[in-house]
Design a protein around this ligand. Structure first.
Ligand code: AMP
Ligand code: MG
Length: 418
């Protein structure tokens, strides 16, 4: 693939006949053209981590379900005025899971433990450290506001209130929240099935014997793991040689078994770029020359009615394109909506001069509050992927970055990755 044409100062004007699609336009088109394509099923809350909600979830009961105590102490009604006063101490106690069945009258207090239901006739709790007991009476010193150290029913979540919107991808903490809100099952989308294909005559699967002129397939293990992290179901089609018939057969098999196909390699327009050639011949193919580094071009096609993301073969480019383009698109298909990563604006710990005309992503990490970048921008340097903890996004326009200047850092966590 040739480099982007040199641009004059009119930085986004493109030479006639050459259209480099800006990243934002490419993302916009993907968002418009892809839709949720997975059916709905029910799932136990306990097994719902990573699943995407098909409907909004509402609290099945209030949390807490009844007023309870936030501390170990003594419950009574109405708070305390300033000064010393005392209460008749009732026999018994209220403990978590063992509510007191009686009712307190004014002037009475009851021993209560953290998490225990407030007895009827009580709305305030005084800390056990702040009392004295003498001759069956509880002696306290005010003031204490009415309602102190007590939690109101529903103060956290009210029965019937929405706690998560449709499309939310559930995290471990959400399982705790749903359980607390009394839910046993939720409606979720079935996981999106994504077929993964590596193409290239030079590729060998990891663990196989390889000649020096062969390389190991780095993309498939990486892409499959990314997709699983995002809650998708992987259909691993394997490695396909650079032969049109083999590529077609692999696409047929993938379209049969999956909702969407992700391929790497052969996506450009060279002699051995069979993925783009086959997709092209199949009719439903658009080669998007996206103004991005690393990564162009991204081949988008349709095979047997199933969308195909043809990623570049270079593992660094394949990784970046997957995070930037495939992830939001696949999440949209999975019912989770088109999700853009949340960026952090932080000082650079590097210098860099970039030309106008394409957006650039550098492997980066955060150290001492500043963003440092991997020593080499060479996209063949796969090791930089593991060195990095995120990407720096440099704008489409020309930029002169100096240490201390603010840059946009996209931590891998903002792509749903550790
Ligand atoms: P391609 O996009 O097929 O022209 O490949 C670009 C570069 O990435 C070439 O150096 C390929 O050998 C390499 N490459 C392609 N696919 C893979 C893969 N699955 N794992 C590692 N490197 C790859
Ligand atoms: Mg190739």
């Amino acid at each position: 693939m040739s480099r982007p044409p040199k641009l004059n100062n009119d930085c986004f004007a493109l030479p006639a006949g050459v259209h480099w699609t800006p990243v934002s336009e490419a993302l916009h088109l993907l968002e418009q053209r892809l839709q949720c394509c997975v059916p709905v099923e029910t799932c136990a809350v306990e097994a719902s981590d990573g699943r995407v909600l098909a409907h909004a979830v509402v609290a099945a009961r209030s949390h807490p379900p009844c007023p309870n105590s936030a501390v170990d102490g003594y419950a009574f009604s109405g708070g305390l005025e300033a000064g010393a006063q005392s209460f008749e101490l009732r026999q018994g106690r209220s403990a978590a899971g063992e509510a007191f069945s009686g009712q307190l009258r004014p002037g009475q207090a009851l021993r209560i433990l953290t998490g225990a239901a407030l007895p009827e006739g009580a709305d305030t709790v005084v800390l056990q450290e702040d009392v004295e007991i003498e001759g069956g009476r509880l002696k306290v010193v005010g003031p204490l506001r009415a309602g102190a150290n007590a939690r109101a029913a529903g103060e956290d979540m009210k029965q019937g209130a929405e706690i998560f919107p449709a499309g939310h991808q559930l995290r471990p903490e959400d399982l705790g929240v749903m359980a607390a809100a009394g839910l046993g099952e939720v409606c979720v989308f079935k996981p999106l099935k994504v077929a993964v294909i590596s193409t290239g005559a030079e590729l060998r699967a990891s663990g196989q014997a390889a000649r020096v002129d062969q390389i190991f397939d780095a993309n498939r293990p990486m892409l499959c793991a990314l997709l699983r992290r995002w809650g998708m179901e992987v259909v691993d089609i394997g490695i396909v040689p650079d032969e049109a018939a083999a590529v077609r057969a692999a696409l047929d098999q993938a379209a049969e078994r999956a909702d969407v196909i992700v391929t790497s390699g052969g996506a450009s327009a060279g002699d051995e770029d069979h993925m783009s050639a086959v997709l092209h011949a199949g009719g439903g193919m658009a080669l998007w020359r996206i103004a991005v580094k690393p990564g162009r071009p991204l081949a988008l096609g349709v095979w047997g009615g199933v969308p195909v993301f043809g990623l570049p073969g270079n593992p660094v480019a394949a990784f970046v394109c997957t995070l930037i383009f495939a992830r939001p698109a696949l999440l949209q298909m999975a019912g989770a909506g088109f999700q853009m990563p949340k960026s952090l604006h932080l000082p650079a710990a590097f210098s860099k001069s970039k030309k106008a005309g394409r957006r650039e992503y550098l492997r980066a990490r955060l150290r001492d509050g500043a963003v440092e970048v991997f020593g080499s921008e060479g996209s063949g340097r796969v090791s930089g992927l593991s060195w990095s903890e995120g990407l720096v996004e440099l704008p489409d326009a020309a930029a002169e970055i100096l240490p201390g200047q603010t840059v946009c850092f996209l931590p891998y966590a903002s792509f749903g990755l550790p």
